[in-house]
Write a protein that binds this ligand. Structure first.
Ligand SMILES: [Zn+2]
Length: 52
């Protein structure tokens, strides 16, 4: 089973999943809806952390 990954936005939003594609989708949606920014898959992956 894949490791649990987490992505935290400076605004306090957090998404956790074992599915990286889901985190990418959620993060991109959040960035667009809340911050009006487009972020790339590479940016999301760079910010993603493994949850111990
Ligand atoms: Zn945010």
């Amino acid at each position: 089973m894949a490791d649990l990954k987490s992505l935290r936005c400076p605004c306090g939003f957090e998404v956790r999943s074992r599915d990286e594609d889901e985190i990418v989708r959620m993060a991109q949606l959040h960035a667009r809806e809340i911050h009006g920014q487009e972020i790339t898959v590479e940016q999301v992956r760079a910010l993603m952390e493994r949850v111990a």
